[in-house]
Design a protein. Structure first.
Length: 116
């Protein structure tokens, strides 16, 4: 089992920045990919960004490219999401997720609210 704990959410004005963190514990040697997802009220959960634990290669949703940056610290077993130029439509609960071949471990989520 892998446990994930997110932190760093909050309220920010449009144009501002936040950095989310997600600390993994447990069987972290089984992790290949770390990712961030989000779910806005009344909407489906959607992919935001992902990073390979070994190579560091990244992928992003088109809606966040150029504004968000995902990174990881393998020593601390932590993945980060730096969010810049935030927009009201970025308001959502943000979840980190991880696994070997699929995202089968999920955190509890952290609320990000962007005011206009």
């Amino acid at each position: 089992q892998v446990q994930l704990v997110e932190s760093g959410g909050g309220l920010v004005q449009a144009g501002g920045s936040l950095r989310l963190s997600c600390a993994a514990s447990g069987r972290t040697f089984s992790i290949n990919t770390l990712g961030w997802f989000r779910q806005a009220p009344g909407k489906e959960r959607e992919f935001v960004a992902a990073i390979s634990r070994d190579s560091g290669s990244t992928s992003y949703a088109d809606s966040v490219k150029g504004r968000f940056t995902i990174s990881r610290d393998n020593v601390k077993n932590t993945v980060y999401l730096q969010m810049n130029s935030l927009k009201p439509e970025d308001t959502a609960v943000y979840y980190c997720a991880t696994g070997r071949t699929t995202f089968n471990y999920w955190g509890q989520g952290t609320q990000v609210t962007v005011s206009s």
